[in-house]
Design a protein. Structure first.
Length: 234
């Protein structure tokens, strides 16, 4: 039986790309994306926020980036990125949001906190979580490095340096019940409004504090003299 030329062409198998080759291509593409994401952020996108105050009340500001600028960077560099709200959990008056960002099948998660009393607080928690997930891909990581380097360097007495990011970013990092009890007890002994003190120094509520920031507040309260009880006139 003879086979014509048309039949011979039909019998030629199509080239097949092996899974290993596809995987290698994906890895190369993802590596290239990571390099782009890890570039320093354009200075025009940076904003300023209060980082900490020293014991004399001097304010040190630090650079930061808004969540929508992070989203713009992702849109430009990794157009196939996706984000998902993985978890929303209430802890008293606060809400903890977990967000996952996925790029080329690789997922990174971040956690943000905010007040559960308003929609604004919940949005803030989601936006913070988005930024922290993005940092794990390299976006604005240089800003965080500068922040921590500044804290390590200090501005005089390190023991008096207010934490630059006092808010707990995960359930396991939030202030403990024991720390909260100590803060309340120390404040009563010294006739101090603990909530006002925390808001004045760290711009957040006591229940939002990280364990490290709570320890700082405890040390600060312990350094204050105890209130002297007033004596009744005889």
């Amino acid at each position: 039986m003879k086979t014509n030329k048309t039949d011979q062409r039909l019998l030629i198998p199509e080239p097949v790309t092996s899974p290993a080759a596809e995987s290698a291509d994906n890895i190369l593409d993802f590596s290239s994306t990571l390099r782009e994401l890890r570039r320093n952020v354009d200075p025009s996108l940076l904003r300023q926020r209060e980082g900490w105050r020293d014991r004399r009340g001097n304010v040190t500001t630090v650079d930061c980036i808004e969540w929508h600028s992070v989203a713009d960077i992702l849109d430009k560099t990794a157009p196939n990125w996706m984000h998902t709200v993985k978890d929303i959990r209430s802890i008293g008056e606060y809400v903890v949001v977990t967000v996952a960002i996925t790029i080329d099948g690789i997922r990174r998660e971040g956690i943000g906190t905010g007040s559960a009393r308003s929609e604004t607080g919940i949005k803030k928690a989601e936006h913070d979580a988005l930024k922290r997930a993005a940092v794990k891909f390299g976006i604005a990581r240089d800003l965080y490095k500068k922040d921590f380097e500044a804290i390590d360097a200090g501005t005089g007495d390190n023991a008096e340096t207010v934490p630059s990011d006092p808010i707990g970013r995960s359930i396991s990092d939030l202030i403990t019940t024991k720390q909260l009890g100590m803060i309340r007890a120390l404040a009563r002994e010294r006739d101090i409004d603990a909530d006002a003190e925390c808001m004045s120094i760290m711009k957040c509520r006591i229940g939002e504090l990280s364990r490290k920031a709570a320890s700082f507040l405890i040390d600060r309260l312990q350094s204050r003299p105890k209130a002297v009880p007033m004596k009744m006139a005889g």
